[in-house]
Design a protein around this ligand. Structure first.
Ligand SMILES: C[S@@+](CC[C@H](N)C(=O)[O-])C[C@H]1O[C@@H](n2cnc3c(N)ncnc32)[C@H](O)[C@@H]1O
Length: 288
């Protein structure tokens, strides 16, 4: 079926058809059919739903931290009315909603458990559950317990109808739909992160350049800074110091906040594809 249909199709639609063939079972198709307002694939029938392009697009930014992901999403949505709404269990006074800048009007922040958020009013969801449970840090502090929220987060997102992206560290139990690295965006951090997307949403990812430069990861923070300032790459972990923000493309966070954040370039890149999934613009993902 694909070989005849794919001819002359826009990449967005082709990607969808390819992804549809990856749905594993009829029950999965039926679940999608029930859960999605944008597409009906029952009996192989595709239904295109018009999106009101004047409407404000609302993105829930779950586990927002101080807004590394949020800032990239905002940049991806520049030119269309949008609001990025952050939710974090802790106060986040440096979230972009509180910046003294014109762009602050595109953000909102709520101190709230992300797993209690009513997602029904949102057009898409970004989720960055805490990663400590999946990092080597866990072995270093065996007496500590870290929240393991990825499963619950995914279950909650699957109940919704909107496209979503979950972001986490490489060892985390999420799909390998995309892996991004700072070198893909000209940054002086490697900072590999994995991204899992809702069904029927397929990522396009840039080429991964070879790692040519050493990082200052194994050193104390003072040596790490000197290593970075000498023109090398830096590994952003622990209370690294706000100087490392430049390597991430972030100039509003403390060192401790940076160590939790992703470079906005990552979410800007994937956010453009998310926009395509929401309103049908762009290429590479579904918008049905
Ligand atoms: C990996 S950090 C998020 C980083 C952020 N996406 C960024 O790019 O800057 C995870 C965040 O989840 C928050 N958190 C932990 N448990 C939470 C919960 N149940 N609900 C909301 N936020 C939570 C932490 O306070 C932390 O800020």
């Amino acid at each position: 079926m694909l070989s005849t249909l794919e001819k002359g199709l826009p990449l967005a639609l082709y990607a969808n058809l390819v992804t549809m063939t990856q749905l594993r079972s009829d029950s999965q198709r039926q679940r999608r059919s029930r859960n999605s307002k944008n597409i009906n694939v029952t009996g192989g029938k595709l239904v295109v739903v018009e999106f009101d392009k004047k409407k404000e697009i609302r993105i829930a930014d779950l586990f927002s931290g101080s807004g590394g992901a949020a800032m990239g999403l905002h940049r991806a949505f520049t030119g269309v009315p949008h609001k990025i709404v952050g939710f974090d269990i802790l106060p986040m006074p440096r979230y972009p909603a509180f910046h003294d800048a014109e762009y602050a009007k595109h953000f909102e922040f709520h101190q709230q458990d992300a797993l209690t958020v009513d997602l029904s009013g949102f057009d898409a969801v970004w989720a960055s559950p805490p990663c400590q449970a999946y990092t080597p840090l866990r072995a270093r502090y065996p007496e500590k317990t870290y929240p393991d929220l990825i499963g619950e987060t995914r279950d909650a997102l699957r109940l919704g109808v909107q496209p979503w992206i979950i972001e986490n560290v490489m060892p985390a139990p999420i799909g390998r739909d995309a892996v991004l690295c700072g070198t893909m965006f000209g940054l002086r951090v490697y900072r590999h992160r994995r991204f899992e997307a809702s069904d029927l949403f397929m990522f396009v990812v840039p080429e991964h350049p070879r790692h040519k430069y050493r990082t200052g990861s194994g050193h104390g923070q003072t040596q790490r800074k000197a290593h970075y300032l000498a023109g090398n790459f830096v590994t952003v972990t622990g209370n690294v110091g706000s100087y490392a923000g430049a390597a991430m493309g972030i100039d509003w966070m403390t060192g401790a906040e940076l160590s939790q954040a992703i470079p906005p370039a990552y979410s800007e890149y994937l956010g453009r594809q998310l926009l395509a999934a929401i309103d049908g613009s762009g290429e590479g993902v579904m918008a049905l």
